[in-house]
Design a protein around this ligand. Sequence first.
Ligand code: CDP
Ligand code: CDP
Length: 194
Amino acid sequence: MPFIIAIDGPAASGKGTIARALADHYGFHHLDTGLLYRATGAKGGDPIEAARNLTPDDLQRSDLRSADAGQAASRIAAIPEVRAALVDFQHRFAAQDPGAILDGRDIGTVICPDAPVKLYVVASNEVRAQRRADELGADPAEMLAQLHERDRRDRERDTAPLRPADDALIIDTSNISIDEAIAAAIAIVERARA
Ligand code: CDP
Ligand code: CDP
């Protein structure tokens, strides 16, 4: 049985950074599931059809990391049929040996509820807005407003809302370095594997 690590949390909390580091450390496959929603939104047209027809090429588009693509993703991510169309791909990805790490919003709650390791990564709103502003060369106040809007939409939707699974362990990256966050995650995985 492949080992699955589920990582969820709000925007710019540090999920992807931890997921990539764990994938390197353990030689596991890594899927940033946010890209599926970003690519679906970027395709335009009917989002349900876009999700059903998503191809690996769609995930290679260069404009997927923009703040606009993030906003568009969170709008189409509230549509149940869009989410349903993306489930099989995520399940197949999670079934790869020797293990897989998926990061997103609903991995521990909906996609991989039996994962032996579930992390929920958080950071203060101000820290997250500053990180996104640094990454995108944007205004921190504007990033803060956008993160608020996106987090609210992700938390309040009816289907697969953003929330920690009951058995998720929380990592707060507000006041720790990236190396410390990675070390905390590895310590949690080591305990689960022992
Ligand atoms: O995947 P997610 O949107 O949750 O966040 P990320 O892309 O991993 O991290 C967002 C930004 O915060 C990146 O520029 C990271 O380098 C930075 N970061 C940080 O400064 N401290 C951490 N403990 C984790 C991430
Ligand atoms: O990197 P960041 O955390 O800013 O965003 P992302 O992980 O790329 O996700 C973009 C949007 O896709 C989120 O705001 C969610 O609305 C949606 N999403 C989701 O609904 N479920 C997932 N498993 C991953 C992303």
